[in-house]
Design a protein around this ligand. Structure first.
Ligand code: COA
Length: 185
């Protein structure tokens, strides 16, 4: 998917396919345990960051690079891929610590929702995170996604730790209705 993804621009960001050359920028934040605390893949070493860039530069990739237009720097990546069939896609986000809290994840996600419900004609977009990660579920709620489930201890980590999981979703109709101007309020 990532290789065939055509770049999308937002007011402050460019979303484009990951390239092999991106690995050092990705490694800077994916080697930071404060960033990866709630990511199933955990902290990446250099070889794993290279493998991540290689995989996502190819057809099997699920990550899209987020470039800050003002600095031309890679400041994070979005996860975006079909979820048990084309009609539903999963969306996710990682933004480097120095660029968090500026609305970048929300801005990048809006562009992907436009793409999902527009060009891709998706029916539904879903996202998951842990209850202990309010920065992530705040993004879901700012996007208008609905919390559909709270799974208790549904994910077991290699460490043996069990994670609860929030499950959010948004339907194409809901996205279009939320964006439509209000007629005769
Ligand atoms: C989740 C993440 C991508 C958000 O990126 P971001 O660019 O900072 O997101 P935004 O600025 O668009 O929105 C974040 C929102 O969360 C809120 N938030 C951040 N930390 C919070 C906290 N501890 N408690 C409550 N709300 C919090 C922010 O205030 C903001 O909401 P606001 O605009 O209403 O103020 C970023 O924190 C990150 O990369 N975290 C590490 C990786 C990760 O956990 N990814 C998600 C895996 S499911």
């Amino acid at each position: 998917m990532a290789k065939t993804f055509k770049p999308l621009q937002t007011p402050r960001l460019l979303l484009r396919p990951v390239t092999l050359a991106d690995w050092p920028a990705i490694h800077r934040y994916m080697s930071d345990p404060t960033v990866t605390r709630w990511l199933p893949e955990g902290t990446l070493d250099e070889a794993q960051s290279q493998a991540f860039a290689r995989k996502n530069a190819g057809r099997s990739g699920t990550a899209i690079a987020v470039i800050e237009l003002a600095s031309d720097e890679l400041v994070g990546h979005m996860i975006f891929h079909p979820w048990y069939g084309h009609a539903t896609h999963e969306i996710g986000w990682v933004i480097s610590p120095g660029r968090q809290g500026r609305g970048y994840a929300t801005e990048a996600a809006h562009a992907l929702l436009d793409y999902a419900f527009g060009a891709l004609r998706c029916h539904r977009v879903i996202a998951t995170c842990q209850p202990e990660n309010p920065a992530s579920w705040s993004v879901m709620e700012k996007l208008g996604m609905r919390r559909e489930a709270h799974f208790r201890q549904g994910l077991r980590q290699p460490s043996g730790e069990w994670w609860d999981e929030y499950f959010y979703a948004l339907l194409a109709d809901e996205y279009v209705a939320a964006a439509a101007p209000v007629v005769n309020p």
